[in-house]
Design a protein around this ligand. Sequence first.
Ligand SMILES: Nc1ncnc2c1ncn2[C@@H]1O[C@H](COP(=O)(O)OP(=O)(O)OP(=O)(O)O)[C@@H](O)[C@H]1O
Ligand SMILES: [Mg+2]
Length: 253
Amino acid sequence: NIVPITSKKPGEMNLIVLLYDISEIRRLEKVRTDFVANASHELRTPVTALKGFAETLLDGAMEDPIILKQFLEIILAESTRLNLLVNDILELSKLEQRQVPLALQEVNISEAVLATFQLVDQKVKEKNMTLELVEKDFVTLHTDPNRLKQILANLINNAVVYTQAGGHITVTVERTAEQVRLHVADNGIGIPEADLGRVFERFYRVDRARSRNSGGTGLGLSIVKYLVENMNGTVTVASKQGKGTTFTVTLPL
Ligand SMILES: Nc1ncnc2c1ncn2[C@@H]1O[C@H](COP(=O)(O)OP(=O)(O)OP(=O)(O)O)[C@@H](O)[C@H]1O
Ligand SMILES: [Mg+2]
């Protein structure tokens, strides 16, 4: 903005020049439009499948009971995926608009970890894996237990999904003078170095086809990052392809 100011001296002109740095606003606008574009793209995949299989059935394929069953199963799987996607997108948007009130209470971290282990119990047994909690320090945190469990559930679930059968997952709880540190470590497929910086991005998946088969939406880690940062913490990742991955969440006490 340039505002001219007339001077008392004839022939002299003063200007006030106002400069605004709007790069952050522009960056956020881009994040938003990218998100809408990505979300629409992700939603289109299951919707196209639903439409295609339903049309094929109506065109006559439903007369064959075997094909009918096969297609209905695909339709069920795709609608489940659609449901997951919509839930995750809504969850993120609720978080961003801060519609989810915090319910703070004293939470024992190890107990929260053990409660989360139960959520993946079935999958862990099927894949013949082992889960271990290493409590280096007894830590309680004044926080929202549901949010903490949401963070843990996403990280532990990833560890289970992206680790081959027979693998091992360790969650370590430790404290320093001012922080609590949670490590979720697996000995699974790992993340290639080139992708490490991007896994917290919305919809980012290292192996799209594979992750889609496992039902992944690519939103889990962006929800984790959002929640952790809202608790004034940080989340980092270290990984070696083929060796395993460790996510570390650091929260202020
Ligand atoms: N423990 C892990 N080991 C290896 N790769 C991982 C691990 N955790 C995450 N990833 C990679 O990071 C990507 C993003 O993870 P994220 O949890 O955000 O999405 P997702 O698991 O694909 O889907 P969902 O939203 O259902 O969790 C995954 O697709 C996977 O490629
Ligand atoms: Mg995930």
